[in-house]
Design a binder for this molecule. Structure first.
Ligand SMILES: Nc1nc2c(c(=O)[nH]1)N[C@H]1C(S)=C(S)[C@@H](COP(=O)(O)OP(=O)(O)OC[C@H]3O[C@@H](n4cnc5c(=O)[nH]c(N)nc54)[C@H](O)[C@@H]3O)O[C@H]1N2
Ligand SMILES: Nc1nc2c(c(=O)[nH]1)N[C@H]1C(S)=C(S)[C@@H](COP(=O)(O)OP(=O)(O)OC[C@H]3O[C@@H](n4cnc5c(=O)[nH]c(N)nc54)[C@H](O)[C@@H]3O)O[C@H]1N2
Ligand SMILES: [Mo]
Length: 817
């Protein structure tokens, strides 16, 4: 961590980079992109890619759009298709097959038996119908959250829900793991969810911001992907920001890949994890004490500030939230907080915040407090000022293009969905839905009433689960609790490409194609719609793998003769793509975008770059509100920024008070016992969650052939641990084997195991041999307001592992598979 000094901060402040920004962020030519290399054009979350096939094997995938910054995920194609971890044929758990309506054995502890697709379909259909006949439709859970592969047709979750809708309905889920807390609190504060919305553009930031704050933001890592497919502009933007000479301040307990990337061009400040609210308050308190807050802005554009200020200044509870006070909690010297207050208030400052900070207990408070600080700085709605919560995700900030936009497959028959919707809340026949990260609580407490965003809701009584396109055994917290709850339903079906832990804990496992084995289409850049890309099939389906679309079409035919026709609406894969393309073409025409006819487009093997729009390039979030708050009010009850929310006050929640509040988490550095360390579980550089954990790229990061754990040198020394050591990390919830990475790039007292390691539990000791971090995390809601995922909340102990050698089996298929 660099000691921040005023000199350090001021070195680049004020250097405008606008001209450079506009030229280099303007559209790149399609021709240039196609000169890059040869091969068939397709796309994934990690962007458009060119694929080379030799002797029936996919041998390479590379970027199809020119880019300055290398994206490691774009090289994973061959491993995705050919890894030994693939599921080759349909399989059924032995004890389930023996007696499907009263199975023997336990999920995860049984052998698998190979069956034909037809046998699998018949068994699945019969059991599905039996369970449906004995229960209400909400007993069937098809929420199936997850990052299934991109494409507007082969949308695993949507296709499952389309089938379940035809079958009579199902339980789904609300929200997502990513931004559970922020997306519920933000509408109360600013009237929109913020986290999935276009940001003040990259060119505007490069031209107008003096200071850019990366608050818990690791964009060089998280911008390798986008929900649809990345347009590859975000990494380039941060590259330009680095070159711009602007003051960049990164607030993160870890020296993230981004901070490493910025090197001397950024100042790193490391608070203790989970203490950001206190740190922000220390800065806010300094502003008030020194009269540096923007009273005119607060008066005109916000409501309830006075109540908050009374709390901040200690008039409510006798505790002044001063820089000194904050310093004791967050571990950053008070002087530095005061300096930050000075720098933020004197310069055009953009507060960019990531989402790891809200994936924690009381996560709602984080972004609320950042908005509050931004309001006190008075720069919301000015070019390059204010706050932004999607700069690190899906290239928020890349200007929206004039575009022909693809629609997408819908969960409802006869309807189409927007191609960029994250699809978390399905439009089909949802009979009940619950906050996505509360699934284990739901399994444990059927019929129980719980609070969510001011409403009382009831958990369904889940008897059947079908998951398609998600990795719930890696993504959910407290794996051992999950495994127990997972025994409750009568039937668990998994449609998967690989033998993940979820597949190994299922009754029926169906092998699915990768996106390289089917045809599809996608836009890039969730906000920009910069390109329309053909996702061409480059290789035959491997083993007996089938497309989700075909599996559900087959299953629909079993619902009733003619069901296939209803499900597919009589269209083949290519006919659907033709229809989607035609709709995009028509939409494009209205914006004077000429697109070739479908067959030419498909044969050309080229992407279509959409038209740069100069007005969109100048977009400034909240500029209209700032200009006229009466004519352009926010969607909050007051039409203003709500620093105190009467709505939330009405909910009477202990864990979510009506204004930003510092609350001590259940497990964090501040209440750790002497040898306990705080666990962080950031997203990995060389994975998309659990995806590609099996790939060759794992060699770049694995230590002692396990997931690494970053440990501060002092913490390592105290435990006799060196880099390369096999380490056991444990708490009351479980234990994992990890490889030690001793580094001063993490705040003392904290460790990090990246999320996404495939659980690989040793039968005898219960230890996870692959360092699956969720074996250790707490499964609690952020609060009863949002019920968001709180994965970054856990204390652990670590020690050098001296036990017997445990073979890694995470990526090994079960016997006979
Ligand atoms: N501790 C901790 N836990 C976390 C997080 C954290 O920060 N810390 N982050 C959370 C967040 S933000 C998220 S979004 C979740 C991510 O959780 P997920 O989105 O569930 O994670 P993925 O590993 O991407 O899982 C996608 C799965 O879908 C499969 N798949 C891919 N394409 C297809 C397809 O076409 N068809 C079918 N049937 N399957 C397919 C892949 O093989 C993979 O197993 O994790 C959450 N969990
Ligand atoms: N390569 C890659 N890209 C991805 C993903 C992936 O798995 N791999 N996942 C995608 C998805 S689904 C999502 S939701 C986004 C996730 O985006 P984020 O949620 O923003 O990502 P995280 O890695 O959880 O956290 C970002 C940074 O916050 C820091 N941080 C953690 N806790 C704290 C804290 O208490 N205080 C402060 N100040 N900083 C903290 C972490 O060290 C990390 O550097 O990324 C997306 N992009
Ligand atoms: Mo996420």
């Amino acid at each position: 961590m660099t000691e921040i000094t005023r000199r350090g901060f001021l070195k680049g402040t004020g250097m405008a980079a606008g001209a450079m920004a506009f030229t280099s962020l303007s559209p790149m030519s399609v021709a240039a992109s196609n000169e890059r290399g040869k091969g068939v054009l397709t796309a994934g979350r990690m962007g458009p890619m060119l694929c080379e096939v030799k002797d029936g094997k996919l041998i390479s995938t590379t970027n199809a759009v020119p880019q300055t910054v290398f994206n490691s995920l774009q090289t994973t194609g061959p491993d995705q298709v050919h890894t030994k971890a693939r599921i080759k044929c349909p399989m059924v758990r032995k004890g389930f097959l023996a007696n499907p309506s009263a199975p023997e054995g336990v999920r995860g502890g049984d052998e698998f038996v190979r069956v034909s697709w037809e046998e699998a379909y018949k068994l699945l259909h019969e059991q599905h119908m039996r369970i449906r006949a004995n229960n209400t439709p909400d007993a069937i859970f098809a929420g199936s959250y997850g990052w299934r592969s991109s494409g507007v047709l082969h949308k695993a979750q949507t296709l499952l829900q389309r089938y379940m809708g035809m079958a009579g309905g199902y339980s789904g889920h609300m929200g997502d793991y990513s931004t559970g807390a922020a997306q519920v609190i933000m509408p109360h504060v600013v009237g929109s969810i913020e986290v999935y919305e276009q940001q003040t553009t990259y060119p505007m930031v490069l031209e107008h911001s003096d200071v850019v704050v990366l608050w818990g933001l690791n964009p060089m890592n998280t911008l390798k992907i986008a929900w649809s497919s990345t347009d590859c502009s975000g990494l380039e933007f941060f590259h330009q920001l680095k070159k711009s000479g602007k003051t960049v301040i990164a607030i993160d307990p870890m020296r993230s890949e981004t901070i490493e990337f910025f090197g001397d061009n950024a100042q790193w400040i490391a608070p203790h994890p989970m203490t950001d609210v206190a740190m922000l308050m220390g800065i806010a308190h300094t502003l008030v004490k020194q009269g540096k807050h923007d009273k005119a802005f607060i008066e005109k554009y916000t409501t309830g500030y006075d109540v908050f200020e009374a709390y901040l200044m200690g008039k409510e509870d006798g505790v002044e939230k001063s820089a000194e006070w904050a310093s004791k909690i967050c571990g950053v010297p008070a002087k530095q907080l005061e300096l930050l207050a000075d720098i933020f208030s004197k310069n055009r400052t953009m507060l960019m915040a990531g989402w790891g900070i809200q994936r924690q207990q009381f996560g709602e408070q984080r972004h609320w407090m950042i908005v509050t600080l931004a309001a006190m700085l008075g720069q919301i709605g000015l070019p390059g000022g204010g706050f932004g919560f999607s700069y690190h995700y899906s290239n928020g900030g890349n200007p929206s293009r004039d575009a022909g936009v693809l629609p997408a497959m819908s969960a409802s028959l006869g309807a189409v969905a927007g191609s960029d919707e994250r699809g978390w809340s399905a439009t089909g026949k949802v009979m009940n839905s619950f906050p996505v990260a509360r699934i284990v609580e739901a399994l444990e407490n059927p019929g129980q009433v719980y609070k969510h965003n001011g409403h009382e809701r009831v958990f369904p009584d889940i008897k059947m689960i079908w998951w398609a396109g998600g990795g719930n055994f890696t993504h959910h917290q407290d794996t051992n609790r999950l495994i127990k709850a997972w025994q409750k339903p009568e039937l668990v079906v998994i449609s998967e490409i690989y033998w993940t832990a979820a597949a190994k804990h299922a009754d029926i496992v169906l092998p699915i194609t990768t996106s390289f084995e089917r045809n599809d289409l996608t836009m890039t850049g969730d906000y920009s719609n910069q390109h329309l890309v053909p996702m061409k099939q480059v290789i035959e389906p491997q083993g007996e793998a089938r497309n989700d679309f075909d599996v559900f079409a087959d299953m629909a035919e079993l619902l009733a003769p003619g069901g296939r026709e209803v499900y597919t609406e009589g269209k083949t894969e290519m006919e659907w793509l033709y229809q989607f393309y035609k709709a995009a073409q028509q939409g494009g025409r209205a914006q004077r975008i000429a697109m070739p006819n479908f067959s030419k487009f498909w044969e050309d093997n080229q992407l279509i770059e959409m038209k740069w729009n100069e007005k969109n390039a100048q977009f400034v979030r909240y500029a209209d509100f700032r200009e006229n708050p009466i004519m352009n009010p926010l969607g909050t009850p007051s039409g203003k920024i709500e620093i105190f929310s009467k709505t939330i006050e009405g909910y009477q929640l202990e864990d979510c008070p009506p204004h930003p509040t510092w609350m001590e988490p259940t497990e964090y550095t501040g209440n750790a016992k002497q040898d306990e360390l705080q666990l962080m579980t950031a997203h990995a550089a060389h994975r998309l969650h659990s995806q590609f954990n099996y790939a060759k790229i794992r060699e770049e990061y694995a230590i002692a052939d396990r997931e690494p754990i970053s440990i501060h040198p002092e913490d390592a020394k105290a435990r006799g641990i060196k880099t390369g050591d096999l380490v056991r990390a444990y708490n009351g919830r479980g234990q994992v084997l990890v490889g030690a990475l001793v580094t001063d790039g993490i705040k003392q007292g904290s460790v990090c195991i990246h999320e996404g390691g495939w659980p690989d539990l040793d039968k005898k000791t219960g230890i996870c041999k692959n360092g699956g971090c969720n074996v250790l995390t707490l499964d609690i809601p952020t609060s009863r307001l949002a019920n968001g995922c709180a994965a970054n909340s856990a204390l652990v102990r670590i020690e050098k592992y001296e036990g017997p050698v445990l073979e890694l089996t995470a990526f090994t298929p079960p016997k006979n598979a």
